[in-house]
Design a protein around this ligand. Structure first.
Ligand SMILES: NC(=O)c1ccc[n+]([C@@H]2O[C@H](COP(=O)([O-])OP(=O)(O)OC[C@H]3O[C@@H](n4cnc5c(N)ncnc54)[C@H](OP(=O)(O)O)[C@@H]3O)[C@@H](O)[C@H]2O)c1
Length: 246
């Protein structure tokens, strides 16, 4: 595969899980990749080494997605180190879940900052470098369209913001040759949501395929959107949840 030869991608939260799988996929398709992390420096370095073993360039940047200035700096640092930016993947995220009344204002702010504001400011910074077109792909959640369990009020508040953002930005940036899309994973086997975890059985009750997705299943959809084959997909919300929301 070489559909992304000559492209540079930035994946936020690329040290583990879905983000790491996306970084590997884009590199295998030919892209050089920058990835951000918040705490897992060793994980980020390992993913970077795997990318370099594929013959691509890789770089790691510590940037907390809760800090808008760090996110913007990571975008510009990507261009400083790798020379350009063609693909932005807003992936970094976490899973706040508890009864609605128990969330503090700080927790509300943090979820909105990491999931929504970070995507907004990263896209603002990225488009200054996407002179010849580009791709902006965010990672939302199937739960934002169908809340399968209680305890999701804050997660869904922050993730569903990406749905409206994606559509609005797709219309605004299309004339510049930049596509904007949203991938919504369902149950995916990562540290955040292990397939053998305590909550797995409850999720599988909704899942017609009877199994969690792998991080690479989600990454394959991101690769399609980033690649030339995906050039006419714009403003789309692609749900990769094994049919849980069907
Ligand atoms: N797994 C699922 O079932 C599932 C389902 C739907 C949607 N999603 C979404 O998919 C995305 C990836 O999830 P995952 O399952 O791969 O989670 P994960 O295994 O917990 O990995 C999370 C990744 O995001 C990074 N990250 C978290 N908070 C960050 C912050 N404030 N700043 C920068 N990086 C941060 C982590 O970096 P460090 O380790 O370095 O801190 C790590 O690389 C998230 O947006 C999540 O909401 C996951």
């Amino acid at each position: 595969m070489s559909g992304l030869d000559g492209n540079v991608a930035l994946v936020t939260g690329g040290s583990r899980g879905i983000g790491a799988a996306i970084a590997r996929r884009l590199a295998a398709a030919g892209a050089d990749v920058a990835l951000t992390y918040r705490g897992d420096e060793a994980g980020a370095r390992k993913v970077a080494q795997e990318i370099e073993a594929l013959g691509r360039r890789a770089t790691t940047i510590r940037a907390d997605s809760a800090d808008a200035a760090e996110v913007v700096a990571a975008v510009h640092e990507t261009v400083a180190r790798l020379g350009s930016l063609d693909i932005l993947v807003n992936n970094a995220g976490f899973f706040p879940s508890k009864p609605f009344e128990d969330f503090t204002l700080d927790e509300v702010d943090r979820a909105l900052d990491v999931h929504a504001r970070a995507a907004f400011v990263a896209a603002q910074a990225a488009v200054t470098h996407m002179r010849g077109g580009g791709r902006i792909i965010s990672i939302g959640s199937n739960l934002s369209e169908r809340a399968l369990f209680p305890g999701l009020a804050l997660y869904n508040l922050s993730k569903s913001a990406l749905n409206g953002f994606t559509k609005a930005l797709a219309r605004e940036l299309g004339p510049r040759g930049i596509t904007v899309n949203l991938v919504q994973p369902g149950s995916t086997d990562t540290d955040m949501n292990p397939a053998n975890g305590d909550h797995a059985a409850g999720q599988l009750a909704f899942n017609p395929l009877g199994r969690f997705a792998s991080p690479d299943d989600v990454a394959a959809t991101v690769e399609f959107l980033a690649a030339p084959a995906g050039r006419s997909v714009n403003g789309a919300i692609l749900t990769v949840d094994s049919g849980a929301n069907a």
